[in-house]
Write a protein that binds this ligand. Structure first.
Ligand SMILES: [Zn+2]
Length: 65
């Protein structure tokens, strides 16, 4: 079970849409649900999704955590 990086829903069929490589340790994967994955754009720097100006995934008004 993984959380979709786009819509913040938990999916039991996650699709890897990006890999994050770190210097200090093993990389991790970024997942999207099957609904979002087919249209997922290239993500040159996925860190922007979490710490940058991008505030996506909040339009649904749920799962504020
Ligand atoms: Zn999704």
């Amino acid at each position: 079970m993984r959380m979709c990086v786009r819509c913040d829903r938990i999916t039991d069929a996650p699709v890897v849409v990006a890999e994050v490589h770190q210097n200090s340790g093993p990389g991790c994967h970024v997942y999207a649900c099957r609904e979002c994955a087919p249209g997922f754009p290239p993500v040159p720097d996925v860190l922007e999704l979490f710490g940058g100006p991008y505030e996506g995934g909040r339009e649904r008004g749920e799962r504020e955590e």
